[in-house]
Ligand binder design. Structure first.
Ligand code: A3P
Length: 272
């Protein structure tokens, strides 16, 4: 199954780039056979599309807006209670974890538990403007030690456009998941309209919150408030994983930062 390695930090597996050392391809393959519960929810994203934002929203919805639960949760970050299913060890933990099992993932559709396609469990897919994703991903590569630091923005631009990054091509990722947007157990939303979607997210998840509780979810998931909550902002991730002096997970959180990075030619690049 294992494809040829394309890049020192990446391992290409069944047409999809994983991170060597961080993901075990054999382990990832076993996700397909996981048994699902109706209450399971996967937040699916291409990297840098608002994963940790949606993670914070999900945990706050679960806590009916009570932000004090975030700091009481186990671990250093929200990822300890709502982990990435593709991380080594996460699949085993999922099997025995109590409900509701809330998880995030950057995986492509074909790796996901087969039971999802039979309507078991739910998926919320968050998509973001690829130009902003590219810029965010460029900065993230400087912070994240498991990824190769780009030599320049231009070099990273070409890598991203070739899909020579973790999670491969943004275009393939969004296209494949978008083709499932009408599945009964899937909600497809965007980073740009995240908060507008909040009530629909509640309906989709079958959650009933009062207006006050919903307002609290909104307040505690803004960029500035999340930045002040260590577990939400990932500032306590060990230095071995993140070079914190190189940047922040919560970087800017704006729409259109690509305009400050891309040349006219890059912004009009034809993916053919
Ligand atoms: P920028 O690098 O453009 O600032 P992911 O969680 O998928 O890795 O995505 C990270 C991106 O989401 C970063 O984008 C980060 O700042 C942004 N982000 C995180 N929380 C946010 C929030 N509450 N509001 C807006 N953007 C947020």
């Amino acid at each position: 199954f294992r494809d040829a390695q394309t890049h020192p930090d990446l391992v290409r597996h069944r047409g999809f780039n994983l991170i060597s050392g961080t993901h075990d391809p054999d382990d990832v393959d076993q996700i397909y056979d996981l048994e699902m519960r109706d209450s399971d929810v996967f937040v699916v994203t291409y990297p840098k599309s608002g994963t940790i934002w949606m993670q914070q929203i999900m945990l706050l919805l679960e806590a009916k807006g009570d932000v004090s639960t975030i700091s009481k949760n186990k671990g250093d970050s929200n990822g300890d209670v709502m982990p990435w299913i593709e991380l080594t060890g996460s699949r085993e933990e999922f099997i025995t974890a109590p409900s509701p099992r809330l998880r995030v993932t950057h995986l492509q559709y074909h790796f996901m538990p087969a039971a999802l396609s039979r309507g078991k469990g739910k998926v919320i897919y968050v998509a973001r403007n690829p130009k902003d994703v590219l810029v965010s991903y460029f900065h993230f590569h400087k912070l994240a030690n498991m990824l190769e630091t780009p030599k320049s923005f231009n070099e990273f631009f070409e890598k991203f456009m070739r899909g020579d990054v973790f999670s491969s091509s943004w275009f393939d990722h969004v296209k494949t998941w978008y083709s499932h947007k009408d599945d009964v157990n899937m909600l497809f939303i965007t980073y740009e309209e995240m908060i507008k979607w909040l009530e629909k997210i509640c309906v989709f998840l079958g959650k009933e919150l009062t207006d006050e509780q919903l307002a609290s979810v909104v307040t505690h998931s803004t960029f500035s408030n999340m930045s002040k909550i260590p577990k939400a902002s990932y500032v306590r991730v060990p230095d071995s994983l993140f070079s914190h002096h190189m940047g922040r997970f919560m970087r800017k959180g704006t729409i259109g930062d690509w305009k400050n990075h891309m040349s006219a030619a890059q912004s009009e690049w034809d993916i053919q």
